[in-house]
Design a protein around this ligand. Sequence first.
Ligand SMILES: [Zn+2]
Length: 83
Amino acid sequence: MTDTHKTRLKPTCREVHRLVSEGLDRELSLVERTRMRLHLMVCDACTRFNGQMSLLRKAMRGFPLDMDAPPGPTNPSDKDGQP
Ligand SMILES: [Zn+2]
């Protein structure tokens, strides 16, 4: 937490992990994505992490988890999938 001034120019693995995770919930800004990509180019660990998160994201999209919605009689198919 004390090295925030360093992360300004050179994102750390921790920050990139955070960006990757946040990228699943919200759209990252151009700056954030650029920094993330620059880091991914030189970091194997984060590239792997990013790949896993991408797979997870696809899995979540492919299999919509209705965790909040109670199992009702309404058919859940074709709800919020492809446009
Ligand atoms: Zn890294």
